[in-house]
Design a protein around this ligand. Structure first.
Ligand SMILES: O=C(O)CCC(=O)C(=O)O
Length: 264
């Protein structure tokens, strides 16, 4: 059933992430697999780990041709029901990205926090990471530092201007809990949820097996996507000024989010 249990909600609150006992239906997974292939073919010049806004049409400065299946999935009522367990009843879907690591040269995602380059205030987001391919420690699965979200502060990041990284920033902060990362291994159709303050990343993929994950970003509507805040370049272009928002459930509690911008 698409509902977080009490213990799953506690795990998310205490550890900053959870792998719910839920799989998307086989029909949805098949649609996602097809949409992934079509999107890779439609975006030959974009690195497959950097397919930002894969749910919307191409806009400048983003260069990604989107696919309707990803938008439909992001607004799926069962997935929204799942995240409501940690976000509450009023939910905005504000972003989607494919992180598809080819089996030969899949790029590393340095250990980072998302919030420092997202103009959302108060900062809040739950990321749903859905495995389209099997994702395991050999092909560069998502890794998280459990509990690193506690205290809700921003770790210091250093700029990493390397072209073999998905993002140009990496946590460089002695306050990061000194614990081994947890590797989130998922079968196709399984998913994890993680909090915006959680430190996470993933290693390069040279396993010979592709690792594709589809992320959906949801925020409580008590938060506002602030288009006036200037966000520094984080490794690939993101069009914050025209980012489209969808009210996935409930109402806009802040009363300040714009649901028309970006919906052409
Ligand atoms: O898929 C990955 O390896 C990284 C995902 C990530 O950084 C994110 O969801 O913000």
């Amino acid at each position: 059933m698409a509902k977080l249990s009490g213990s799953e909600i506690r795990t998310y609150q205490e550890q900053g992430y959870v792998v719910p006992d839920y799989r998307v239906p086989k029909t949805m997974l098949k649609r996602l697999q097809k949409a992934l292939e079509e999107s890779l073919a439609a975006n030959p010049t974009v690195r497959p780990e950097q397919l930002a806004s894969i749910h919307t049409p191409k806009t400048d400065p983003e260069d990604t041709v989107g696919h309707q299946t990803f938008l439909d999935t992001a607004l799926d009522l069962d997935l929204v029901e799942l995240v409501s367990g940690v976000l509450g009843e009023n939910i905005i879907m504000w972003g989607c990205q494919l992180f598809c690591k080819p089996g030969s040269d899949g790029m590393e995602v340095p250990m980072h926090q998302d919030g420092q380059y997202w103009p959302i205030r108060p900062l809040a987001t739950c990321t749903l990471w859905l495995a389209i391919d099997a994702s395991d420690q050999n092909n560069g699965c998502l890794e998280v530092i459990p509990g690193s979200h506690r205290g809700q502060f921003h770790y210091s990041h250093r700029l990493e201007n390397r072209n073999d990284l998905v993002l140009n920033q990496a946590i460089d902060d002695a306050r990061l809990p000194n614990v081994d990362p947890i590797r989130i291994e998922l079968e196709p159709g399984q998913l994890s949820l993680h909090d915006v303050y959680l430190a996470h990343g993933s290693r390069p993929n040279t396993s010979g097996r592709r690792r594709a994950g589809f992320t959906i970003r949801y925020m409580p509507s008590t938060s506002v996507l602030r288009r006036d805040i200037e966000i520094p370049f984080a490794g690939y272009p993101v069009n914050w000024k025209e980012k489209a928002l969808w009210l996935a459930r409930g109402s806009d509690v802040s009363g300040m989010n714009d649901f028309e911008i970006g919906h052409s």
